[in-house]
Design a protein around this ligand. Structure first.
Ligand code: AMP
Length: 285
């Protein structure tokens, strides 16, 4: 397995593989890899001849008061995991390699990025789309793998690829959870033992919402109320948002009966102490 911090070296390697007729899968990450990332890498390994994992904590997707500086990093441990799965190349650039001092071109999108995380993180998806576009240009893979854990990001990247005619298949992968239900996240390391216990309220509240829908509830306000009530009972938790949207458009829906066979996304963001966690489920109506 190679590790490269350089754009040119990485691009040349991928081009060489393409020239040999090999297929390439890309898994973009910010590192501090866990079982969620592992599932993406394994899917990429199954479906492609070569696998590239990018590890880059992208400064431009963090807001000024967010956790860019404190975001956990451990390249040695990440490299060991990648090696054990049979990853062929890790692209691990530093900020200077990715962003010239006079960098000024961004990729952005109308709609889709305005709701959910876009409300509380107004520049986040511009940063995500810009870095993912750069990665797609540096690593012209056949397929790129993203987790449903970041469902809005998955919808945005799928639409970006369609709108900008980027020749890459976007593969969505299911959420991987701890045994007790907490969605795996690099940010879970911020939680102290009491907060870790409190964080179970995310998956528990979503289960309550899912149960209501399965029992026939169609009023979004009522489903949101039931989810919020569960979260409200946890004293360390503070709701950022509880929303139900049309998954392909990321637009609010009021009545699931009107969703017309499409997929709905029920997504929440909750502060547990100072740590903001997200979770969701997607349902075909
Ligand atoms: P990150 O390193 O947090 O930017 O995540 C990199 C990729 O891993 C994104 O596509 C995430 O959606 C995905 N991912 C993160 N956590 C999980 C999880 N628990 N299950 C599945 N995919 C995940």
């Amino acid at each position: 397995m190679k590790i490269s911090g350089k754009i040119k070296e990485t691009r040349d390697q991928v081009k060489e593989w393409k020239k040999q007729g090999l297929t390439v899968g890309l898994v973009p990450t910010m590192g501090y890899l866990h079982e969620g990332h592992k599932s993406l890498m394994e899917a990429a390994k199954r479906e492609n001849d070569k696998v590239v994992v990018s590890i880059f904590v992208n400064p431009i997707q963090f807001g000024p008061n967010e956790d860019f500086a404190s975001y956990p990093r451990d390249l040695d441990k990440d490299a060991a995991l990648c090696e054990s799965i049979g990853v062929d190349l890790i692209f691990h650039p530093d900020t200077e390699e990715m962003y010239d001092p006079d960098f000024s071109a961004y990729v952005d999108m109308e709609g889709l990025t305005k709701e959910l995380c876009g409300k509380s993180r107004p520049t986040h998806f511009r940063g995500v789309q810009t870095v993912v576009s750069k990665l797609f240009h540096i690593i012209p893979a056949d397929r790129a793998y993203f987790g449903q854990k970041d469902a809005q990001q998955l919808a945005v990247i799928k639409k970006m690829v369609r709108d900008l005619s980027i020749d890459m298949e976007i593969v969505g992968c299911p959420i991987i959870r701890e045994e007790d239900g907490l969605a795996k996240s690099s940010r879970n390391t911020y939680l102290n033992p009491e907060e870790r216990q409190a964080a179970l309220v995310l998956s528990r509240s979503l289960a309550e919402g899912k149960k209501a829908i399965e029992a026939g509830e169609r009023q979004v306000s009522e489903i949101k109320r039931r989810i919020s009530d569960v979260i409200g009972k946890e004293k360390l938790a503070k709701i950022d948002y509880v929303e139900i949207v049309d998954f392909s458009k990321i637009e609010p829906v009021a009545d699931l009966g009107a969703a017309g066979g499409g997929e709905i996304l029920c997504a929440i963001a909750v502060f547990i102490g100072k740590t903001r966690l997200i979770d969701n489920f997607i349902m075909k109506m």
